[in-house]
Write a protein of this length. Structure first.
Length: 271
C-alpha cells in the first residue's frame, strides 16, 4: 500500500466515479465529520459520480440516496442499490434477490441468529437490524464491548456452517443467503444508473474502504484506496488497496477527495 499522495496526477485527474464504504471510511468514531460530507459535495460538483457502498441497512440507504450528495447507494453488502431521480421525484430500487426469496431467507436467518447468540456470549443483533431487507448483522463492537478476534471468526463460521455468506466489517459480521457481494451490485449499479461497464472502465474509478468486507473491491479496482485504519487489518484481507491515507476514517477520505480534485485543477490549469 502506497501513500495516496503517490497516486499519479494523470491517474487521479482521470477518475470519473468514486465508490466509498461508510462506517470508518466516511465516518470517524461513529460520526460523519463535516469535512467528509463537504468532500462528497465537492466531488459531485466537480463531475465525479459518488456512491456509498455499504453494509448498512435499506432504511438508512433510502435516506442517504434521497438526502446526501450522491448518485446512489449500494446497501447491505450488495443486496440492492437505491438511486433517487430528483427530476422525476422517484426512487429507483434494484435487488439482487426477489422479494419472496428475501422473505424466506429472513426466516432462515432467525435460527442462525439464535445459534450465534447462544454460542458467542457478548455478541448482539445490530441496532439497525429492523431496517434491513436481506441480511443479519451481528454487532461485535458498535454498541457492545468489543469481542476478541476468535469470537468474530466464530460468528462468521456459524453463518457459513448454516449455508450462508458472511463478511466482517469494522463493526459487524453480516450474513446472508445468496450469491452477491458489494462488487456484483456495484457493477449492476454502474451499468444501469451510470451507463458504465466497470470491467472496461475500472481504471477510472476509485473505491475507498477500510475493512475485510471491502476486499473484493480492493482487489478489483487498481486505484483503490484505504483510509489509514485499514492497516489494522493488514494480513487479514484477501486483497489490499493500492493506496492508503495518512489519516483515519472520514479525515482520510478527505485526503482521497483532495487528491482527485487537486489533480483535476492542475490539469485544467495546464490546458
Amino acid at each position: 500500500m502506497r501513500p495516496v499522495a503517490d497516486m499519479p496526477l494523470e491517474t487521479a485527474a482521470n477518475i470519473t466515479i468514486l465508490f466509498a464504504d461508510i462506517d470508518d471510511t466516511l465516518t470517524h468514531e461513529g460520526r460523519l465529520p463535516g469535512c467528509a460530507y463537504q468532500a462528497l459535495e465537492d466531488l459531485m460538483k466537480a463531475g465525479i459520480a459518488v456512491a456509498p457502498i455499504t453494509g448498512r441497512p435499506a432504511g438508512w440507504c433510502d435516506m442517504i440516496a434521497r438526502m446526501w450528495p450522491v448518485t446512489g447507494v449500494v446497501g447491505e453488502n450488495g443486496a440492492f442499490y437505491f438511486s433517487y431521480d430528483e427530476a422525476a421525484r422517484k426512487m429507483r430500487r434494484s435487488f439482487a434477490i426477489p422479494a419472496e426469496t428475501r422473505a424466506k431467507d429472513r426466516e432462515r436467518l432467525v435460527s442462525v441468529r439464535e445459534r450465534i447468540l447462544r454460542e458467542v456470549p457478548g455478541a448482539a443483533v445490530s441496532a439497525d437490524q429492523l431496517y434491513r431487507e436481506a441480511d443479519l448483522a451481528i454487532d461485535f463492537c458498535e454498541d457492545v464491548p468489543a469481542l476478541p478476534r476468535g469470537d468474530i471468526d466464530r460468528i462468521k463460521q456459524i453463518f457459513e456452517e448454516e449455508g450462508g455468506v458472511a463478511k466482517v466489517s469494522s463493526i459487524h459480521v453480516n450474513g446472508w443467503f445468496g450469491e452477491y457481494d458489494k462488487l456484483t451490485m456495484s457493477k449492476r449499479f454502474a451499468r444501469e444508473i451510470l451507463d458504465v461497464d466497470l470491467d472496461a472502465g475500472k481504471d477510472r474509478i476509485v473505491f475507498v474502504g477500510d475493512s475485510p468486507n471491502d476486499a473484493p473491491m480492493f482487489g478489483f479496482f487498481p486505484n483503490a484506496c484505504g483510509v489509514a485504519n485499514v492497516l489494522h487489518f493488514r494480513g487479514q484481507m484477501e486483497a489490499e488497496p493500492a493506496y492508503v491515507t495518512q489519516k483515519e476514517g472520514g479525515f482520510g477520505f478527505v485526503e482521497v477527495a483532495e487528491r482527485l480534485l487537486a489533480a483535476r485543477r492542475a490539469r485544467a490549469g495546464a490546458a
